[in-house]
Design a binder for this molecule. Structure first.
Ligand SMILES: *Cc1c(COP(=O)(O)O)cnc(C)c1O
Length: 519
């Protein structure tokens, strides 16, 4: 009696469900554009913005929803976002150029991350808000503004290492250390630098970004920012915005129970108490030390009860650690604007990576793990790199007679998913994947929900293979339409009534005389 299959079924929103059920549409697309193929769904990103917006409304907060561009290179997603009321967070010179070319005007763009002089120049020149890491960057920016006689740069001070008072006295670090930003303990010094540069930079607020799932840590940081804002006010500055970064997360799986079972079995496998579940007994961080479990699972929590906009909602409802009142209320009382920078969460359900099944081997012996070779490699879909475990969806070739009759349809199989590189280690995922039935060459396997970091962050030219093409798809009255990602423009969508006016009112005379132009 074979053990029950250990499925990790993906959570699929209606658009992605409908798309993956459209084999008649997807197969010719991959035939024409090649395997692997990334598809993105621009309408979904607009819907995700609306979810975040509704949370702002529920808490009566004003502010901006920035998409952290680094999560996906797509032009279609960025252009679709330009037609909503979202803003964009760029982390490189190239992302900034891309944002401007996709229709984002500078007041809707924030620049974060390490910045080279060219990036700083274009940001300051166009009037983008700059999220500064510390005093050195503030000095560099101010010098640049003066040298080129630019308009005062709008700046957010990125803070880190938030600390709180211990109940018994003393201080304890409440958030993990970050290599980015300025520790709050050094804020006073930073504000003195800001005061010195008053002619060149305007402090619009403070910011943080914590790569953690912990609500407590984020609550501590947000409250730390409220304190930092008050400190800015005491220094005579007029900040208005707290930018709480990203990290709202995604729930990848449909069933919590499958995740619980799977991770429990991984633990047992690491201890040798059940047959291996992975290639060469890879332990995902766990190991067996003479019968004792060592390490911890180095995996993304693929099932999350609360993620995305709901996570923001929960955070704003959370009591501020020392003030005791909900953080949303605290922000409202101070009349601070809130900015968020979701990357992964804003492209939740916004894409999939499709790969052709090239070869299926094995299965003559019961219990044998099949070898499935796909027309893609591990870097084409970096699920493993990000520790995300979820099953691909089989999209059978429509109308194909199934020549392979060794396994009746409907009988589950266990497979290793191998890539197309001449490398032993090129596995799309190192785990044995359970599929509801045996795939056949010509079928597609669709990895859903890869738009956040998985589909193009690691894409390479290994073995001179071109990186996957990307197609933008949308549903037009029940018919799927597509275009190459870089040819997509949101001409077919009605402009979002909340979107900022395409032609902002002309700057006032006073603004113009403030010294806008280079001479
Ligand atoms: C990467 C990044 C984000 C987005 O993080 P997610 O986890 O994808 O939401 C937001 N802000 C900054 C500064 C970042 O570096």
């Amino acid at each position: 009696m074979p053990a029950a299959p250990l499925y990790l079924e993906p959570r699929l929103a209606p658009r992605l469900t409908s798309l993956l059920a459209s084999g008649d549409f997807l197969h010719p697309l991959v035939d024409g554009l090649g395997t692997p193929l990334n598809v993105v769904l621009p309408e979904q990103v607009a819907e995700n913005v609306r979810h975040f917006r509704s949370v702002f409304r529920r808490h009566h907060l004003r502010g901006a929803v920035h998409f952290a561009h680094k999560a996906n290179r797509s032009s279609a997603l960025v252009r679709r976002l330009a037609s909503t009321d979202a803003s964009l967070d760029v982390a490189s010179l190239e992302e900034l150029q891309h944002a401007l070319s996709c229709g984002f005007t500078p007041e809707r763009i924030g620049a974060t991350g390490p910045k080279e002089p060219e990036f700083l120049w274009l940001a300051a020149r166009t009037g983008v808000t700059v999220n500064v890491e510390g005093a050195a960057e503030l000095d560099a920016l101010a010098a640049l503004v003066r040298r080129h006689r630019l308009r005062r740069a709008r700046v957010l001070l990125r803070l880190s290492d938030f600390a709180g008072e211990r109940p018994g006295g003393g201080v304890r670090l409440l958030s993990r250390r970050s290599r980015f930003g300025t520790p709050v303990s050094a804020l006073d010094t930073l504000l003195k630098v800001a005061e010195r540069h008053r002619d060149a930079v305007e402090i619009a607020g403070v910011a943080y970004h914590l790569d953690t799932t912990s609500l407590q840590e984020k609550a501590a940081a947000l409250e730390g920012c409220v304190r930092a804002m008050n400190e800015c006010l005491e220094h005579g500055l007029r900040p208005t915005v707290i930018d709480m970064g990203g990290g709202f997360g995604v729930n990848y799986l449909a069933h919590e129970a499958q995740w619980e079972t799977y991770t429990t079995q991984l633990t047992l496998a690491a201890l040798g108490r059940r047959p291996p579940m992975t290639w060469r007994r890879h332990g995902y961080g766990l190991s067996n030390d003479a019968g004792t479990l060592r390490g911890s699972l180095e995996l993304y929590p693929s099932y999350r009860k609360v993620a995305g906009a709901d996570y923001l909602d929960a955070l704003l409802a959370q009591a501020a650690p020392s003030l005791g009142r909900p953080l949303g209320e605290v922000l409202l009382e101070h009349l601070f604007d809130l900015s968020v920078e979701p990357g992964r969460a804003l492209v939740d359900q916004c894409g999939a990576t499709l790969a052709r099944v090239l070869e299926v081997r094995g299965g003559d012996e019961a219990e044998e793990v099949l070898t499935v070779r796909l027309g893609m490699n591990a870097d084409d879909c970096a699920l493993e790199e990000h520790g995300i475990l979820l099953d691909p969806v089989l999209v059978p070739r429509p109308g194909a007679g199934r020549g392979d009759t060794r396994d009746e349809d409907g009988r589950p199989v266990r497979v290793y998913l191998h890539g197309n590189l001449c490398l032993e280690s090129d596995l799309i995922t190192r785990r044995i994947v359970h599929l509801p039935r045996r795939p056949a060459p010509g079928d597609l396997l669709a990895f859903p929900n890869t738009a956040g970091y998985c589909m193009d962050f690691n894409a390479s030219h290994a073995q001179r293979r071109p990186p996957a093409r990307k197609a933008a798809v949308h549903d037009e009255g029940g018919v799927w339409r597509w275009s190459l990602d870089d040819l997509y423009w949101p001409l077919h969508v009605p402009e979002d009534p909340a979107a900022p006016a395409a032609h902002p009112p002309a700057a006032s005379t006073a603004d113009v005389h403030e010294g806008l132009h280079e001479v």
